[in-house]
Design a protein around this ligand. Sequence first.
Ligand SMILES: [Zn+2]
Ligand SMILES: [Zn+2]
Length: 157
Amino acid sequence: MTEDTQQTCRCACGATQFRVTGKPLFRMLCHCSICQRYNAADYADVVVYAAAGVELPPADAVTFDTYKPPPNVKRGKCAECEQAAVEVFDAPLFPKLTIVPFAMHTDTAGLPAASGHIFYDKRRADALDDLPKHKGFLRSQLAFGRQLLAARRPASG
Ligand SMILES: [Zn+2]
Ligand SMILES: [Zn+2]
């Protein structure tokens, strides 16, 4: 039984704060080169929400950048400490999504476990876990889409 999450997301310096009111759809680890650069890390650990479930931070707190299309993701960093703060995903055929880096959450207890790795062919280091590892653009996009479908399907039982 998952209740709607209500928590504050906050960057390390505290200048960027926003509220999450919706239920997390799923969590993914992305090894694409854009995520590596944006997160200044080997891969992104992100939680995906329906756009309505996240109250975006004030525009002056976050610097948005579109690294390169596709996919149509605007990635925002804290204007002060440059921590990866929030990503706005608005692609054709997809519902509007907001992606929040795991590290931004102040209460991680209710967050889902990561469901898999995508763009694993771009990895800087092997992942020592049993999660599915999807390689290449198409397979990675499919894995993302499948997670999205599963998360939005009405729960049974
Ligand atoms: Zn990525
Ligand atoms: Zn900050």
